[in-house]
Design a protein around this ligand. Structure first.
Ligand SMILES: [Zn+2]
Length: 386
């Protein structure tokens, strides 16, 4: 018999998910505090905790000394991070990355494979090759991790992604047409697979897997640089895909009146067409190069061009701040980790009485597939109420 208030399966599911999310956010939390934060009775929390204990998903930690005022010892609960793992998969023009993490998002293993970019017009052939490569890498990673069970996977891709259908809608830098991702991956991996745009998923990773989880910003504008420019807009901890899965195209907002035509949006003067790795290499007379190296070279040898780069970024971010009114703007990518690009951009946005904090991402730019792991963990926390 369930306690009063659990007659609705949806409500029970929501409360289980709420407990797991609070444990994830705080690391460990006392039963009394769970009841207080979720607005539940102690009996209800005990019932749900007992279920989660029986499932092996949570464990009891240290009990605190008795509280003098109340006289009752606090029992702290936490998620058993090593009980299972999730898989993050990231596909972009540079690589196909597969990462295995535990339930706290700590990395257990990584594989970097060549980018799955293909001129193949047969989407089924692209899917088959992709799935084969992922399956093989995952088998190796799980074996190395000691065969820990995989609860779910998340795949992130650049370009437009229909996260509901699990389909890459448009990504000319990877493949010519639509590519179905969720269905073939779920068949091959035998676990639920969430699919989303890479930058939206990285914003979720910032919120779920870094120090930001302790005090989730009310509104987060997440900006990624390298090799192009992408962004995501999260409200109340949830990245919004947009009405047509086009939300966050900061790179294709106009920052100049003219420039070379953009290969993605077709217009002149968009941020990406002026600051992408390819655009910087072209203006520097180089054949290519990683964006962080190109930025460092500009900073060392061409102060005017470096200042222009920072000003263009600041213009786009300043416009987005006016539209979205975020509490935090996070800049993600290798070019923001070294040199003064981050400070030069923040300074220029700041001159406009910016009403929000601008900070560097806490995520490692060499682990883009963590976005996929965050998606899988997010679904796991939601789905464990079932
Ligand atoms: Zn563009």
């Amino acid at each position: 018999m369930t306690p009063h208030g659990f007659s609705s399966p949806d409500l029970r599911k929501r409360n289980r998910a709420g407990i797991l999310r609070l444990m994830h956010r705080h690391g460990s939390i006392a039963r009394n505090d769970l009841a207080q934060e979720l607005g539940l009775t102690r009996a209800s929390v005990t019932y749900l905790i007992n279920e989660l204990l029986a499932d092996g998903l949570v464990a009891e930690g240290e009990a605190s000394e008795a509280d003098g005022r109340v006289g009752r010892r606090k029992i702290f609960m936490h998620i058993r991070s090593h009980a299972a793992c999730v898989v993050g998969i990231g596909a972009d023009s540079e690589r196909l990355q597969i990462v295995l993490t535990d339930l706290s998002g700590s990395v257990l293993g990584v594989r970097n494979l060549p980018s799955p970019s293909s001129n193949e017009h047969d989407a089924v052939a692209i899917e088959a090759n992709l799935v084969r490569a992922i399956r093989r890498a995952l088998d190796e990673l799980t074996a190395e991790a000691g065969g820990v069970p995989v609860l779910g996977a998340g795949m992130v891709v650049t370009g437009r992604v229909d996260s509901e259908a699990g389909v890459s809608l448009r990504e000319p830098r990877l493949w010519p047409g639509r590519v179905n991702l969720r269905e073939p991956l779920e068949l091959a991996l035998g676990v639920p697979v969430a699919v989303d745009n890479n930058v939206r998923a990285l914003a979720l990773a910032e919120l779920l897997l870094t120090e930001a989880k302790a005090s989730s910003p009310a509104g987060l504008l997440f900006v990624k640089y390298g090799p192009g420019v992408g962004a995501a807009w999260a409200v109340g901890g949830v990245p919004w895909p947009g009405a047509h899965f086009r939300s966050g195209e900061l790179g294709h907002t106009l920052v100049e009146n003219d420039g070379p035509p953009c290969t993605y949006c077709g217009r002149r003067g968009c941020l990406e067409s002026l600051v992408s790795a390819r655009a910087l290499a072209d203006t520097m007379g180089l054949r290519g190069g990683r964006v962080e190296h190109l930025c460092a070279s500009l900073e060392a040898h061409d102060h005017q061009a470096f200042a222009t780069l920072a000003a263009r970024f600041a213009r786009a971010i300043g416009n987005a701040i006016e539209v979205c009114d975020p509490s935090v703007v996070t800049l993600y990518g290798a070019p923001f980790r070294t040199g003064s690009l981050f400070d030069e951009i923040a300074k220029r946005v700041e001159s406009n009485e910016r009403p929000c904090e601008i900070r560097r991402s806490w995520l490692d730019p060499d682990l883009p597939a963590l976005g996929g792991a965050a998606l899988a963990l997010d679904r796991f926390f939601l789905g464990q109420g079932a």
